[in-house]
Design a protein around this ligand. Structure first.
Ligand SMILES: Cc1cc2nc3c(=O)[nH]c(=O)nc-3n(C[C@H](O)[C@H](O)[C@H](O)COP(=O)(O)OP(=O)(O)OC[C@H]3O[C@@H](n4cnc5c(N)ncnc54)[C@H](O)[C@@H]3O)c2cc1C
Length: 306
């Protein structure tokens, strides 16, 4: 038997989840937001392309501010992960990592995407200090610098080509390439230096200074972009038969009200697909929060009349 009943539960405490929480809470609904800001993609990021916030801001400060705003509008917050979801007659039951269970009329998925890690020494130490997982987000910080991209798929090749517009020297490091002939041709014809090898270690003092390759060679670089594709946090969604996009099967499919194919379930932010940007996550979170709250209130009225 669930211990608490909510109108709206939001899974994810990143920009999409926080904005959804703010809008849903202001519609006089009981809202719970689950997840940790430390696990948001924004946490280690530096933002300079979000309207109204000039200069470069720390993602963790933005998240902390948002969390306090959501709390001030009445959002209940639990820094727990959700392990299981099941559909019920009047909504959904969620099992949390502590074993606690909660139930809700409406659910918002805002779990972001888990970026694949390279898992080499130095990667964690230099995350946000030369190690990046997002060319579109961070290319501008590497104007005139030497950078290395690693990955064998289109995300890496496309990322390396994009970086040519910013950096003075771009390496692409991979043992092989698994991309279309057209893209490989474009790469070979470009100024990107392709190195057939893999990164064994990312080195530096206060920030990235070089990478050590498997063949013992050292390449000096100020940035390492890890572009290994992304795996969406989709396991939970598929437990309740939420449909994925028909093209890549990596994201949750929604309409322009952020509704999924399952009545009462909404999705917002990176989990519904690129571009991975705070502005998009916030916009979709706003729509999902308002729609989910409206749905939950109508549902409650219907139950009261019955
Ligand atoms: C290095 C870097 C630099 C970036 N730079 C920029 C930039 O300059 N400009 C820009 O606009 N964007 C930038 N981004 C992208 C931006 O951070 C993301 O687009 C944004 O954070 C997506 O928000 P989200 O809410 O969808 O997901 P996230 O912020 O990733 O949040 C996901 C949330 O879901 C939670 N979660 C996941 N699974 C569960 C579960 N099972 N149970 C409970 N909670 C769960 C996590 O704990 C987390 O709180 C950058 C990203 C990175 C990594």
């Amino acid at each position: 038997m669930p211990e608490s009943v909510y109108d709206v539960v939001i899974i994810g405490a990143g920009p999409a989840g926080i904005q959804a929480a703010i809008h849903a809470s202001r519609k006089k609904t009981r809202v719970l937001m689950l997840g940790r800001i430390e696990n948001s993609a924004l946490y280690g990021a530096h933002i300079e392309n979000y309207a109204f916030i000039p200069g470069v801001s720390d993602g963790c400060d933005i998240l902390r501010t948002g969390l306090e705003q959501a709390k001030s509008f009445g959002t209940e917050i639990s820094h727990e992960d959700v392990l299981k979801i099941s559909a019920q007659k009047d909504g959904f039951d969620l099992t949390l990592e502590t074993g606690k269970s909660v139930s809700t009329r409406a659910l918002i998925f805002a779990m972001g995407v888990a970026k694949k890690k390279l898992n080499v020494p130095g990667e964690k130490d230099f995350s946000g200090r030369g190690v990046s997982y997002c060319v579109d987000c961070d290319a501008n910080f590497y104007r005139g610098a030497t950078v290395a991209v690693t990955g064998d798929r289109s995300a890496a090749v496309d990322g390396a080509l994009t970086l040519l517009d910013y950096a003075s020297k771009v390496y692409l490091i991979a043992n092989k390439l698994e991309v279309s002939q057209e893209l490989e041709h474009k790469l070979r014809a470009s100024e990107v230096e392709f190195i057939t090898n893999s990164i064994q270690e990312i080195q530096g003092e206060n920030a990235v200074g070089s990478v050590l390759l498997d063949n013992g060679e050292t390449i000096e670089t100020e940035g390492v972009f890890i572009e290994l594709g992304s795996k969406g946090a989709l396991e939970l969604a598929t437990q309740v038969d939420v449909q994925l996009d028909m093209e890549s099967f990596k994201y949750i499919a929604t309409n322009n009200k952020q509704e999924t194919n399952i009545t009462g379930i909404y999705a917002a932010g990176d989990i519904v697909g690129p571009p991975y940007q705070m502005a998009k996550a916030v916009g979709e979170g706003c729509v999902a929060g308002m729609e989910a709250a409206t749905f939950a209130r109508a549902f409650k009225r219907k139950l009261e009349k019955a």
